[in-house]
Design a protein. Structure first.
Length: 197
């Protein structure tokens, strides 16, 4: 390859001048700042859209976190099979007795929220009174502010409240009982129809 003497283009390249005929070299700061500014601008635009839609529905302020849909955990109890075979007799008695399953007692002082989503005036209060007549001391009435279930539901927050939730469902005549996130209290009754109808 022939060796040419340096010319004005070589001097411009050494001085970090234009690259090629007419392009300037990019600055490192601008190469980092441009994508960062675009990312921040897009986030601010998305936030503005959410606030606009929230206020367009007649709400004030910013959307609260408790309006975010929450997953529902449903507990299903499997039926035990009916064994009709004759019991076998062991020649030697068992040294340790087998533990019997314990069922938590009904806790009548549990906080129960009866929420009306049926659009029937006084429905929550009527069912709250039924619970109080049955012995529940911390029942209160209100309206559903979360997503309505497809049927009347008794939802409890902790496994130790399963018996209590079953008693609440029995008193009100509701068949759907599930364990999951409750919005208020320890047990929530979500009414979408009148269970007495």
């Amino acid at each position: 390859m022939p060796d040419f003497p340096p010319d004005e283009f070589d001097e411009a390249a050494d001085a970090r001048g234009p690259v090629g005929v007419h392009r300037k070299r990019k600055r490192l700061l601008w190469a980092i700042a441009a994508p960062l500014l675009i990312f921040i601008g897009a986030g601010a635009l998305a936030y503005g859209v959410v606030i606009y839609l929230w206020r367009a529905q007649g709400n004030e302020g910013i959307p609260p976190l408790d309006t975010i849909a929450r997953p529902t955990i449903t507990t299903t109890v499997a039926a035990t099979p009916d064994v009709t075979a004759a019991p076998s007799v062991s020649a030697t008695p068992s040294a340790t007795p087998s533990p019997t399953p314990t069922v938590d007692p009904v806790k009548f002082d549990t906080s129960v929220s009866v929420l009306n989503g049926a659009g029937i005036a006084g429905l929550a209060g009527k069912n709250q009174a039924k619970l109080e007549t049955a012995g529940f001391t911390a029942a209160k009435a209100g309206n559903i502010t979360e997503t309505k279930p497809s049927e009347n539901t008794v939802r409890y927050s902790d496994a130790s409240l399963e018996s209590t939730a079953a008693k609440v469902a029995e008193v009100l005549g509701i068949s759907n009982i599930e364990r999951g996130v409750v919005s208020d209290g320890d047990i929530t009754v979500l009414l979408v129809t009148d269970p007495a109808a």
